[in-house]
Design a protein around this ligand. Sequence first.
Ligand code: ADP
Ligand code: MG
Length: 248
Amino acid sequence: MVGLEGTAGVVHAESVVRVYGEGDTTVRALHGVDVRIEPGRLTAVMGPSGSGKSTLMHILAGLDRPTSGSVRIDGTEITTLGDDALTRLRRRHIGFIFQFFNLLPMLSARDNVLLPLTIAGEKPDPQFFAALIERIGLADRLHHRPAELSGGQQQRVAIARALVSRPTVVFADEPTGNLDSRTSAEILDLMRGSVEEYGQTTVMVTHDARAAAMADRVLYLADGKIVKETGPTSQHEILQLIDTLDVR
Ligand code: ADP
Ligand code: MG
């Protein structure tokens, strides 16, 4: 479409289809998703279990490939990149936060945070690293291993790991899904804070209307399609919407 090319979008997906399996066991997880993620914003993705949220996050982050369709990250089409080029692009542009933290058990919190840089053969900017650790609240836990940390602390490590390389975009797949409500609120504050303070472009899957209400934009997914999109929306309005859209 004329004019759209000029509109900034750090992640731009078009007609994304993902089919799992073959023959009788085929599952169409995504049915042609078009989405443009805008820089410097927090985008929330809501939808019922099985609606394709994780599949979409993995494909937008280059962790999985679509069956068909296009995904561009910072202008580069990633669906046709070779594995090595894709790995390099992910390293530079993508941070990912998982529901179950996915930390390496034998590494300290510090080494887990630094891992993306270590793998790339890089060192952190000492000032940024110190400020990040302070902001995330990990200063007195840096030498502990994941097993010695609470769930909330482990997720803080995972957030710092996602932010440390200052990626183009951070994806978070139900980052509070395994945490109690008080810890969830703290983690959400950190996610929102990284958007405010670092301008960190963030896409977050959540089941929690309170979390989605902190977003600049909410996408609603049902049966592998985006069925609705809203701007900043109150918790109450989001709850009403997911009832009327039947995407709970
Ligand atoms: P959500 O994150 O919204 O719960 P998912 O993206 O995990 O949804 O799953 C979407 C659909 O794809 C579901 O029907 C799920 O069972 C199916 N699915 C997800 N991963 C696989 C896989 N590796 N193999 C087969 N089916 C899968
Ligand atoms: Mg999921």
